[in-house]
Write a protein that binds this ligand. Structure first.
Ligand SMILES: [Zn+2]
Ligand SMILES: [Zn+2]
Length: 425
């Protein structure tokens, strides 16, 4: 595989410099800079996202440290021209190429964030072997979003060289992981005048050389940060005076995992983190739990979330504690429109890719591109979520994850054909 293509070069650079949700200062500013240099009209910061509609924003010190790294020198430096409006986690970018000629207004979503995962250091892991392993320990592009951005930049270069009719917008979404970024971009109105929205994802169970023109099984989800407040006491001298937040959290964890399935629906409930207490001889007065619910229908997910909240309240009451529940992410379901997926299928066929019908096992994932899709559809546009197949070195969201770079070139071919067809559709 040649490494000379724009998509591969950008992908490798971003892979080595991963940034978690709402800290994508280097990534977002560099892409904004490249697209502006190509002549695209670029919006960032509050013009691209409503900061009040963000969910799960990192703490101020985390945001400040990431911003400082991007405003410094060296390989972590971002593009100075675009950093200032992004301060504080306003890391969305919307770039538009308007031909001024009649045609549809087409948008492509690419997500920019990485995950808090320690990347494999094994010599057989391709990014290690090829020298582009993450240089920020504990942060990793383990979902393929580096590839999404790389393809978007190469697509922009090709469209600039031969601009299509109508208008093309690239929507660079921060904090997709956890379902936190899209709603804030929707709230800023960035897709309100879009006629056709394409949201693409690499991998997700499809082999290299194949494409699913629509993936409709994406689950709705809700993510909750739960804090139990108890009362500290000496664990031996006065245990009866204590109220253990840790016991409440542990009981709640077990309880929510006993949630029965909902007949006829695909559902999930998972506690992914439980933290509490300090030492062995103090009744813990504080514990936190991070959990998520998912379902294949928004209403079912709301039911599950309501039952989880009841269980959390119940566990808190049992141990004499108080519970605070904060929603830190939410994602709706969405169904693609045949008018959009047909354009993608035709583009895939003319690129020489296999068009496959996604199997049900793709349906256990979520992507908050669905929030963008729902907005476009509610205003009369059409949308589809497509999957660009990639053989994977390891599963999504694991330390050994890696995409097959050979799919990036054909992926850009597919997206270019789809965009050029969509503007005249
Ligand atoms: Zn992911
Ligand atoms: Zn992803």
């Amino acid at each position: 595989m040649s490494t000379s293509s724009t998509a591969v070069a950008w992908r490798r650079d971003l892979h080595a410099h991963p940034e978690v949700g709402f800290t994508e200062f280097r990534t977002a500013s560099r892409v904004a800079g490249r697209l502006a240099d190509l002549g695209w009209q670029v919006r960032t910061g509050d013009e691209a996202l409503d900061p009040g509609a963000r969910l799960g924003v990192p703490d101020d010190d985390v945001l400040a440290a990431a911003f400082a790294a991007a405003t410094g020198d060296g390989s972590w430096a971002g593009d100075d021209r675009f950093l200032a409006p992004m301060r504080g986690g306003r890391t969305a970018v919307v770039a538009t190429l308007d031909s001024g000629r009649p045609g549809r207004r087409v948008a492509l979503r690419a997500d920019t964030d990485a995950l808090p995962i320690v990347e494999s250091a094994e010599s057989g892991h391709p990014p290690v072997a090829a020298g582009f392993r993450s240089t920020r320990e504990g942060v990793m592009h383990a979902c393929g979003h580096d590839g999404h951005v790389g393809m978007a930049v190469e697509l922009a270069e090709r469209l600039t060289a031969d601009p299509p009719d109508g208008r093309v917008t690239i929507v660079l979404e921060p904090a997709e992981e956890g379902g936190r970024g899209a709603a804030a971009m929707v709230a800023a109105g960035v897709v309100d005048d879009v006629d056709v929205l394409l949201a693409a994802h690499l991998g997700i169970g499809l082999r290299s050389g194949s494409v699913a023109a629509a993936v409709d099984g994406l689950l709705a989800n809700a993510k909750l940060r739960v804090t139990f407040h108890g009362r500290a006491a000496h664990a031996a001298m006065a245990p009866h005076e204590g109220r253990s937040a840790l016991l409440a959290a542990a009981a709640a964890t077990l309880a929510v995992h006993t949630m029965p399935p909902v007949p006829g629906h695909e559902t999930r409930v998972a506690v992914g983190a439980l933290h509490g207490g300090t030492v062995s001889n103090i009744v813990p007065d504080r514990a936190t739990v991070l959990l998520e619910t998912r379902a294949d229908a928004g209403a079912v997910n709301e039911q599950i979330e309501a039952r989880v909240r009841t269980m959390l309240e119940g566990a808190a009451a049992t141990y004499g504690c108080r519970v605070e529940i904060e929603q830190i992410g939410t994602v709706p379901t969405a169904t693609g429109d045949p008018a959009a997926s047909e354009v993608v299928a035709e583009a895939a066929r003319s690129t020489g890719l296999d068009v496959v019908v996604p199997t049900a096992d793709l349906g256990v994932a979520s992507d908050d591109a669905t929030a963008l899709m729902c907005r476009v559809q509610s205003r009369g546009g059409v949308a589809t979520y497509l999957a660009i197949g990639s053989d994977l070195a390891g599963a999504h969201h694991t330390p050994g994850f890696d995409i097959d770079e050979a799919v990036l070139g054909p992926g850009v071919d597919l997206l270019e054909r789809a965009v050029r067809a969509a503007v005249t559709s």
